[in-house]
Design a protein around this ligand. Structure first.
Ligand code: HOZ
Length: 429
């Protein structure tokens, strides 16, 4: 593998961009080595600037359900671009998009578009606070909800990977209103509620965690969370930035049959363009300006390019519900292949998978929360990552992330991946 141009670009980038990248995880800091710079993507593959081809399992961190650049997406974008890139005024497409999302996700009665998952989660918490008149909220250790100050406390994803789960720059005041519970542990939530009686506005959770690696919730845990929130008049927010439209048409809430009060979405509803949204109960959403007093705004919110891309992808999902069976088949094929490999190597590393999101942890003990996730041997993950990369398989350059399968992954891609997995493990163990 030859990566000279990537290396040169990275050196140049470091002079002008902090750490050479515009988002930390992609810098390869936790796995070592230099990031590869990407020239283009097509279907299940990406090509780097040095001409190396990879099977892509990052899928732009989730949104590429159909791989890179499916035809319907290209035509939608080309058509939209003819009509201008931005108006800062309402368009018909925004109405169609909002209506379509409310059809696909029944808990959403009204929705507001924003420009990223971070904006969606921070706005959802503001709305929950404004609606309830309370200030504190509960998040779970290892869950990541973007980079608003009050979320960067024991956060997952890059914050966890880079060893700064609680970031400098977050004020004590901000941190004081963020209460931390343990994932899959309802008693930890109950204790916080008792200690902070009538002070908690919201509980925010990734209903399937994807930012401490993939961690699957116990259905009973989610159900009890729903019940307590209703009893205590606390707004339950499902952060479905990763899981929305990926694990099923209606997200994790559909799989587990639980209705949150508010839901947040990210890049997937723009098919990879910069977009996010939050929505839910009408009585809560109507509190937002201009219909209510809680302020939230954005010039590029509902941007025509993002809406056009998103509408084409969500319409495709609506008209092709069979894609979720395809994703399940492909992902279970990969999982089984990986498990077979481990058997041959006498290893029983944890493979957490739900639909097309999965993750292998380098530990043999079940991974159900942050504390068990961090037991994974991350130095082994780094070696594994580089061995896979050498064999043309592009995984997340960090243990505490997910692997995303798309409908574009072919049987040939998957067999190549399973073979690379075996050879990589054999090399590093
Ligand atoms: N926060 C993203 C993963 N959960 C990574 C974003 C990126 O580097 O693009």
């Amino acid at each position: 593998m030859y990566i000279k141009k990537s290396e040169e670009l990275f050196n140049e980038a470091k002079k002008y961009i902090p750490g050479g990248v515009n988002s930390p995880v992609r810098a390869f800091k936790s796995v070592g080595g230099n990031p590869i710079f990407i020239a283009k993507g097509y279907g299940s593959k990406m090509l780097d600037v040095d001409g190396n081809e990879y099977i892509d399992y990052i899928s732009s961190w989730g949104p590429h359900l159909f791989g890179h650049n499916p035809d319907f997406l290209k035509s939608a974008l080309l058509e939209a671009i003819e009509a201008s890139t931005s108006f800062g005024a309402p368009t018909e497409l925004e109405v169609k998009m909002a209506k379509l999302i409310t059809e696909l996700v029944p808990s959403i009665e009204m929705i507001r578009m924003v420009n990223s998952g971070t904006e969606a989660t921070m706005s959802a918490v503001r709305v929950a606070r404004g609606y309830t008149g309370k200030e504190k909220f509960i998040k779970f250790e290892g869950c990541y909800h973007g980079h608003a100050d009050y979320f960067l406390i024991k956060a997952g994803s890059g914050a966890l990977t880079l060893g700064v789960p609680t970031s400098p720059g977050v004020t004590k005041g901000n941190a004081a209103d963020t209460l931390l519970a343990d994932y899959n542990n309802i008693n930890s939530v109950k204790e916080l509620i008792i200690k902070n009686k009538n002070e908690i506005a919201a509980v925010i959770i990734e209903p399937i965690a994807g930012n401490m690696g993939v961690v699957i919730p116990d259905k009973e845990f989610l159900q009890q969370l729903r019940n307590i929130c209703s009893e205590e008049k606390i707004i339950l927010i499902f952060d479905e930035v990763m899981t929305g439209f990926r694990v099923s048409k209606g997200g994790a809430q559909e799989i587990f049959g639980i209705k949150p009060d508010l839901t947040t979405f990210g890049k997937i509803i723009g098919a990879g363009l910069p977009v996010g949204a939050f929505g839910g109960r009408k009585d809560i959403m109507e509190m937002i300006a201009p219909s209510g007093p809680i302020y939230q705004a954005g010039t590029l919110s509902g941007n025509p390019l993002a809406m056009s891309a998103g509408y084409s992808a969500l319409s495709y999902i609506k008209n092709h519900p069979e894609i979720y069976n395809q994703l399940e088949e492909k992902s279970s094929y990969l999982e089984n292949g990986f498990r077979e490999n481990m058997k041959k190597l006498n290893k029983n590393f944890v493979m957490n998978r739900i639909g097309s999101m999965m993750c292998m942890f380098f530990t043999e003990q079940p991974v159900v929360d942050y504390k068990s996730a961090v037991k994974s041997d991350t130095s082994l993950y780094s070696k594994y990552f580089h061995e896979m990369l050498k064999r043309g398989i592009y995984l997340a350059p960090a243990q505490f992330e997910a692997m995303f399968v798309s409908t574009a992954h072919s049987s040939e891609d998957m067999d190549k991946t399973i073979k690379a997995h075996y050879e990589s493990l054999k090399t590093i163990l």
